[in-house]
Design a protein around this ligand. Structure first.
Ligand SMILES: Cc1cc2nc3c(=O)[nH]c(=O)nc-3n(C[C@H](O)[C@H](O)[C@H](O)COP(=O)(O)O)c2cc1C
Length: 183
């Protein structure tokens, strides 16, 4: 099989990330790759926000504002979550009404786009970690990030240089999730 398959078989998400983050040229290419996701009727139902530097502190403030608990330790922990990498890319699904393409398909397309983005960044040598959590669904965060009605966060893609690799994740056996039909 091609080197693409070998690459996929060897990729892993990496949570421990540090500077430097991907530069402009690499980002440009990775976003171009993200736009190659399968996309029924070419609706392009996705968009992205790139956050780094001071923006990460602002993101941390949004994460903290999403907490109902006012315990300062917990708020500080929420703020720090935005600083787990030198860059956070917010994936946003922007489905639009279409006669033939239900919203569910457009969300799948936005997820595929996010996946392609992560793979392209990994191919360029950077680590990525796709995260969500409560903050990805909290109205304060969505409003603060400027999401419009009908939009949702597909995820926060943390990216940067891998500082240390995570332990190997056990992978499922193909036979456990693939069968022939009819048997
Ligand atoms: C939509 C989505 C949301 C995720 N959210 C989180 C998260 O909030 N926290 C987390 O630790 N992993 C999250 N993950 C899983 C990681 O991105 C990663 O896939 C997982 O740790 C397995 O590692 P691997 O990619 O090396 O198999 C999420 C994955 C997806 C697709």
């Amino acid at each position: 099989m091609s080197s693409v398959t070998d690459f996929l078989l060897n990729r892993a998400s990496e949570p421990r990330l540090e500077a430097p983050a991907p530069g402009t040229a690499i980002l440009e290419k990775a976003f171009a790759a993200a736009s190659r996701a399968p996309d029924h009727a070419l609706l392009r139902p996705w968009r992205y926000l790139v956050i780094e530097g001071e923006g990460l502190n602002a993101l941390g403030e949004l994460f903290a504002a999403a907490h109902t608990d006012s315990n300062e330790k917990k708020l500080e922990k929420a703020r720090k979550k935005a600083l787990r990498a030198p860059m956070v890319i917010v994936g946003i699904a922007s489905p639009r009404p279409h006669r033939k393409v239900p919203e569910s398909e457009q969300l799948l397309s936005a997820g595929a786009s996010m996946s392609f983005l992560g793979l392209a960044l990994q191919d360029a040598g950077y680590g990525v970690m796709w995260r969500t959590g409560d903050v990805a669904y909290h109205p304060t965060v969505l409003e603060g990030l400027g999401l419009k009605a009908g939009e949702s966060v597909t995820g926060f893609l943390y990216t940067g240089t891998v500082s240390s690799r995570k332990p190997i994740v056990p992978r499922p056996e193909v036979a456990d999730f693939v069968t022939r039909w009819p048997e």
